[in-house]
Design a protein. Structure first.
Lengths: 294, 269
């Protein structure tokens, strides 16, 4: 008896086969750790480090190292507590925060425009590309004389210090990000119909975004340095955080000085953490991190 | 052809153009250090034809596709891509690569929508078309995923949907399935063939894989390497839909492979 080979009769349809193959590829999203667990994992090393610092500090006090200046952690803690309860302190934070936001937005604007222009226009790159890298290594305090000459004792002078100190870092983030855009993506963008500015808008800048974000994060650190230096040196508003530090130093109020320093460090840490979480979210969206490792 | 298909079909694509390459030479770099990628290549592709270009490394296939896509210009000769109706230069060309080249910052659906967005189409309209196209490549329901969450074969299907969203009459493919496993590749052959039968675009498909060329093409063009020249042309007169494991394709592939090997062998001597 002849054996019939029903090759095509039993073959599944394209739809079925394709669906089956996709199911085998298992593209379910990765299971995320529970939030509480993740937060604990990020927090406990910080708590241990904090405890260690407090311990060393207390030991230094017990050892009578600089006895007239160094206060106990407890005394500084009390000052910090009083500070957090005073409206003047929150006013100082508000003044500084306003200055920080305005200055930082200008930093991103200037850095972004300069960075994009330098990355995309060869003449500009040849002209000022290395200048930007050089400026990035310059301490922002060195811009103080120039800022004073241009704007005198004003918040504009502080903003100028922030821009000169931090915009180069932002610009460099844009430049390196744009340089690293794979040529294949540019080619595809052109084939899909993107030209000129729409190519920048829809392909170049989004492709460069993770690196741009790195540059703006670094720019924040520089901007915050410049802002603090500016508030120390340019006494526009004694009610700002930096102004309060200067006042407390002149009054010899060391516990308050240290308390304010702690506040300034905490602000830096909090903003950095915010940047890091945005950075992680972006990298996850772009598929740049191994989902199992995060 | 496409007007007669399902009602969900987007508006009729641009008429399928024909391609005419006449005495095309292309050199990369200059003078003595340059490499001649293509030398005196003449090739015509009819409107709605599916042509497969087969060649070993260095046959200038990517250069050839770039010339047809208008991304590059020949040093000598002419490249003409014409629509059959009014003989005007065709405006848009879709292209597929070995790497799907999806944009990682966009969702699957936004990737498919991008060419329509660049043409200025409103969001609700392009969203609807993208949904239809994803259904068509068996990826309905995956629109909100990101490219990195998909397998290689799925990404290539998204790239196919994105290419179709250009509504171009010409689809150029540069080893689009070269990095996929054999099972997925076979299914994508079926998918591509059925899309081509539906829509009747002109297709130029570059591959190293002779069987793949015989499976898909109306015609196989064999290219030599360094410099790239047309060595031979094989018509594929087999009914569609085809199967890659059919004896007719195996026979044809053997003939093409023999000639390919003798061409490649010249470089060893």
């Amino acid at each position: 008896m002849a054996v019939d080979l029903p090759v095509t009769a039993t073959a599944p349809s394209l739809d079925e086969a394709m669906a089956g193959l996709d199911a085998l590829d298992g593209i379910d999203g990765p299971a995320h750790d529970r939030l509480a667990r993740r937060m604990w994992r990020a927090t406990w090393p910080k708590l241990v480090a904090l405890g260690l610092i407090l311990f060393v500090w207390q030991v230094a006090v017990w050892a009578h190292w600089k006895p007239y200046i160094l206060q106990t952690p407890a005394a500084v803690g009390r000052e910090l507590w009083t500070l957090l309860g005073s409206s003047l302190f929150w006013q100082a934070c508000w003044v500084t925060a306003q200055q920080a936001v305005v200055g930082y937005l200008l930093v991103i604007l200037v850095g972004g425009i300069v960075g994009t222009a330098v990355a995309r226009i060869p003449v500009l790159r040849a002209g000022i590309g290395s200048l930007i890298t050089g400026m990035q290594t310059m301490p922002s305090v060195l811009w103080y004389p120039l800022a004073i000459m241009c704007f005198g004792n004003s918040s504009a002078a502080i903003v100028l210090m922030m821009i000169l100190g931090a915009a180069p870092a932002v610009a460099n983030g844009f430049i390196s990000g744009i340089d690293q855009v794979p040529p294949s993506l540019l080619r595809v963008g052109r084939i899909l119909g993107a030209r000129g500015l729409s190519l920048e808008r829809h392909v170049v800048l989004p492709a460069a975004f993770p690196s741009i974000l790195g540059g703006t994060k670094q720019g924040w650190a520089f901007a915050w340095h410049a802002l603090m230096a500016g508030e120390f040196l340019i006494l526009v508003n004694p009610l700002s955080l930096g102004g309060r530090v200067v006042n407390s130093v002149t009054q010899g109020d060391w516990a308050v000085v240290v308390a304010l320093m702690i506040v300034i460090v905490v602000v830096g840490i909090v903003v950095d953490m915010a940047f890091s979480s945005v950075d992680r979210a972006v990298r996850r969206r772009y598929g740049l991190i191994d989902p199992s490792s995060s | 052809m496409s007007i007669l298909t399902a009602p969900s079909e987007p508006k009729a694509q641009e008429a399928a153009p024909s391609i005419e390459l006449t005495g095309v030479s292309k050199r990369h770099g200059d003078g003595t250090t340059g490499v001649v990628a293509l030398q005196d290549v003449s090739l015509s592709v009819a409107s709605g034809e599916f042509v497969c270009l087969v060649g070993a490394s260095g046959c200038g296939k990517t250069t050839l596709l770039n010339l047809i896509a208008g991304l590059d210009r020949p040093n000598v000769g002419s490249v003409e891509v014409r629509t059959p109706s009014d003989e005007s230069q065709a405006t848009s060309t879709a292209m597929l690569f070995q790497d799907s080249a999806l944009f990682p910052w966009l969702t699957v659906s936004a990737n498919v929508e991008l060419p329509m967005r660049l043409r200025g189409m409103e969001k609700p309209e392009r969203r609807a078309i993208a949904t239809d196209l994803l259904e068509r490549v068996h990826l309905g329901g995956f629109g909100d995923k990101r490219p990195h969450e998909l397998s290689g074969g799925m990404r290539q299907r998204v790239a196919l949907a994105r290419a179709l969203a250009q509504e171009a009459g010409l689809l150029l493919m540069d080893e689009p399935f070269g990095a996929l496993d054999a099972i997925t590749r076979d299914l994508l052959h079926d998918e591509l063939e059925s899309l081509w039968l539906d829509r009747g675009f002109t297709a130029v498909f570059v591959t190293h894989n002779v069987r793949e060329a015989a499976r898909l093409g109306d015609r196989i063009v064999l290219l030599t390497s360094r410099p790239g020249q047309v060595a031979a042309t094989f018509p594929v007169d087999l009914a569609r839909p085809r199967r890659i494991d059919s004896p007719e394709i195996a026979t044809l592939a053997a003939t093409v492979t023999d000639q390919l090997r003798s061409e490649v062998g010249r470089h060893g001597r």
